[in-house]
Design a protein around this ligand. Sequence first.
Ligand SMILES: [Fe+2]
Length: 252
Amino acid sequence: MLIAQISDTHLALDTPDADRRRADFAAVVADINALDPAPDLIVHSGDIVHNGLAEEYAEARAILERAQAPVYAMAGNKDERGNLSAAFSADGYFDPGSDFIQYAVEGHPVRLVMLDTVSISSNKGDFCARRIEELHRLIGADPVRPVAVFLHHPPFEVLVGPERMHFESQEVMSRLCDALRQSGRVSALFCGHVHRPTEGHVGDIPVTVATAVATTLRKGDYPAQMEGRPIYYLHRFDPSGGATTETRVAGG
Ligand SMILES: [Fe+2]
């Protein structure tokens, strides 16, 4: 099973780099379309747009509609649930009536569980008791197949960059990590948010953090050949649920 992950496209209409962000987003979709073998699906792990506006989602939607593989959208802190839901709910993979955009992707050797870590009061991650309950329900729905979990905010202390904690409190992050660990079923975690590539662990579960597709918003150091070229990721799963990740440079 092959999953393409794109993250933090931050599509905007009126920033000086708006055209660049649009071009970066379009370039990764074109690159994914040219992959052989093609991925089974594409996950956008949040911050699809920059201001949560319906007009921004219309543009994001138009770019993602060019993708040949099915696309699964998630919410990041810059997203606005109502407008994201309006733009993507017609695809039918999440419940537009729910307060949170949390869902499972079925029909593959590895089940994907997509979490909504958005807070209404800050850019940091939140995960309330209702979402914990839903997480248990989503993971427990199939007792056999391994589970990979996607969430926008990294649920571990990120040691690179100015900020270590990306959840509102240690308590909130621990509650989420305990739920992920205790399930005993999660084989890998995938995030975005920090705009730099990094890795971590939640107990024994490896966490891979994707950098931003938007080249103007990337943080950290990148090899010269990546300059100005957007980055995305290909996650390959073996049947036992183990994953290896390849970093892809669009157009490379
Ligand atoms: Fe972001």
